[in-house]
Write a protein that binds this ligand. Structure first.
Ligand code: HEM
Length: 122
């Protein structure tokens, strides 16, 4: 199922029911993802269709903890590790996320810094 771009970075999700781990059932978590596939445009198209995913479709990864990952100077982002920073990862967004990427490029340096501080804190 494809959903609108606005939902991709959905902060909150609720876990389902688990007979095996009842303590993990119906818990509010904050993974910052809608867990859905999105058309990310030609730039991220790897020409490989997998099961229900077209070659240009990728699942929004959970952004929680990404600040910890980003502390490593050798950290890589996106499905094939092509991005060496959070900013670079955002600039590869296309397709359904094209307008989000464009809005990002229009932010002031201070606004971009605020976004980075936020991302590194979730
Ligand atoms: C302010 C808004 C957004 C921010 C800050 C953001 C940030 C990021 C970052 C940092 C990554 C890399 C994650 C990693 O490699 O672990 C990522 C990947 C991704 N984002 Fe976003 N994103 C935003 C909006 C969106 C929107 C609107 C969509 C979809 C419509 C989207 C879909 C995805 C997908 C599918 C990936 C994985 C792409 C791949 O692995 O090639 N994002 N995003």
């Amino acid at each position: 199922m494809r959903k609108s771009a606005v939902l991709a970075v959905t902060p909150k999700q609720k876990t389902g029911n688990s007979d095996r781990f009842p303590l993990l059932s119906q818990q509010n978590i904050y993974p910052y993802t809608d867990l859905l596939l999105h058309d990310m445009g030609a730039g991220l198209d790897d020409s490989v269709k997998e099961k229900n995913a077209e070659s240009f479709e990728w699942r929004t990864p959970p952004l929680w903890g990404i600040g910890i990952v980003a502390r490593d100077p050798e950290a890589r982002f996106l499905h094939d590790g092509r991005a060496s920073s959070l900013t670079e990862a955002i600039l590869w967004h296309g397709g359904e996320a094209e307008s989000t990427k464009t809005r990002f490029t229009q932010l002031s340096a201070t606004q971009k810094q605020t976004l980075m501080t936020f991302l590194k804190g979730i």
